[in-house]
Design a protein around this ligand. Structure first.
Ligand SMILES: Cc1ncc(COP(=O)(O)O)c(C=O)c1O
Length: 422
């Protein structure tokens, strides 16, 4: 888990904005907590006070299973006639990149003397990672999760409970990630002195986007060294799916100064890119591709919103990408042209899921399947040497994939009569 020199420099961009994005749009009551967190971030993460980062790295190695491999995908390379490498974050303990950040923040909460951690979760992977880290570090833990997500990601709800976390269902709105974040912020505002809010992505008010990015940037730091070792040079492109954007920023951060490496953020195209602003619904979560500037969850960023500034309900077949906002640093990198936003619809993501499972023997998360889906659509522009970040494994998604596949089969053959045994 080395940190390159160029990396250290970009880590010291201490103010809370990325161009016009970021900032701290929060109630007064939260300002002291953000200031306290900013101080802790500078002392422990940036300065390694009391050996914080050494302990974090050691725990990520022994408990978390880092470093993860960068694996050449032989059959995908053959299919696309170029070198495809997979960064295997699905092999992190818990089955996703989420532990990189959750373990870092729960450890930070301990160093800050907090007695309790809370977190929101969408796909349940961040909640699971936080519950695991909290059990590992002996810190009481409560998770907020929307009703819709509880229903579609049940295995993760069981896993959180097994690890001793309390899971609080959130019934407001569409019962997905946005509402879960609102509820966690509400809890935090009233318990801030003894509680740390372990936010799950590079979103929220400063310093969260930088803090989460720094814990996740190990993905790209490792991949950068590994690809040089294996392929003898830097890649032509790095591809990662973007929900809030933490695996994207984690995979991209070390490559941002490498101008010849193209960075592709693959968003959820859902069933259509059109937004029905009257109904307040977007059948997608393609925030970077189609969103407009506004404030959500304490930061200025790109959002899915109506003309009068109401946040619309997003959609994706994958719970972890189903979010109307995105991290402010990603908005900035897209705005300045460094990151290219693209999107893949539900169907193409499901195809990506099946393809990696069939060809490589790896069942990816539905979130990661979007990045894999993009390979099929636009491989030429990606160049000859491509890294795809497999942000997580797909065990949690098997039920959804089976249901969606059945639905697709029925739609493809609607007139087929089902033999009922008579
Ligand atoms: C496996 C996996 N990948 C990606 C994401 C999307 O989050 P982010 O955009 O912060 O990486 C999630 C969210 O739960 C996830 O579980």
């Amino acid at each position: 888990m080395s940190t390159g020199d160029h990396d250290r420099e970009t880590r010291r961009d201490a103010d809370g904005t990325f161009g016009e994005y970021g900032g701290q749009y929060v109630p007064e009551a939260l300002m002291p907590a953000l200031q306290e967190l900013e101080d802790a971030y500078e002392r422990y993460v940036l300065e390694n006070e009391d050996g914080f980062m050494d302990e974090f790295r050691e725990r990520m190695r022994d408990f978390g299973g880092r470093p993860t491999p960068l694996q050449r995908a032989d059959r995908l390379s053959e299919r696309y006639d170029r070198e495809i490498y997979l960064k295997r974050e699905d092999l992190v303990h818990g089955g996703a990149h989420k532990l990189n950040n959750a373990l870092g923040q729960v450890l930070l909460a301990k160093y800050m003397g907090k007695e309790r951690v809370i977190a929101e979760t969408g796909a349940g992977q961040h909640g699971t990672a936080t519950a695991m880290a909290a059990a590992h570090l002996d810190v009481p833990c409560e998770i907020y999760m929307g009703r819709t997500d509880i229903n579609r990601q049940r295995p993760n709800v069981y896993r959180m409970r097994m690890n001793g976390a309390e899971v609080n269902p959130v019934t407001a709105g569409s019962g997905t990630l946005k509402e879960a974040i609102n509820e966690t912020m509400r809890d935090w505002a009233t318990t801030v002195e003894r509680t740390h809010y372990v936010i799950g992505s590079v979103v929220g008010p400063h310093p969260f986007p930088k803090l989460v990015r720094d814990f996740q940037s190990v993905i790209g730091e490792e991949a950068r060294e590994q690809i040089r070792e294996k392929a003898g040079r830097l890649p032509d492109s790095v591809v990662a799916c973007a929900g809030g954007g933490s695996n994207t920023m984690g995979a991209f951060h070390a490559f941002v100064p490498d101008e010849n490496v193209d960075l592709y953020a693959v968003e959820a195209g859902g069933s259509s890119l059109e937004i029905d602003t009257d109904a307040g619904v977007a059948p997608n979560s393609a925030t970077l591709s189609t969103g407009t500037d506004g404030v959500l969850h304490g930061a200025m960023t790109k959002l899915l919103q109506s003309d009068d500034g109401q946040i619309v309900e997003s959609h994706s077949v994958s719970a972890g990408l189903d979010y109307a906002g995105v991290g402010p640093e990603l908005s900035h990198l897209v705005e300045t042209g460094r990151v290219t936003p693209v999107n893949v619809d539900d169907e193409a993501a499901l195809d990506g899921f099946h393809r990696l499972s069939n060809l490589e023997g790896i069942i990816p998360a539905l979130e990661s399947s979007h990045a894999l889906g993009y390979l099929e659509e636009q491989t030429d522009e990606l160049g000859d040497l491509v890294i795809v970040n497999v942000s997580g494994r797909g065990d949690k998604d098997l039920e959804t994939v089976l249901e969606e596949t059945e639905k697709r089969d029925l739609e493809a053959a609607p007139d087929v009569e089902v033999f009922d045994g008579e």
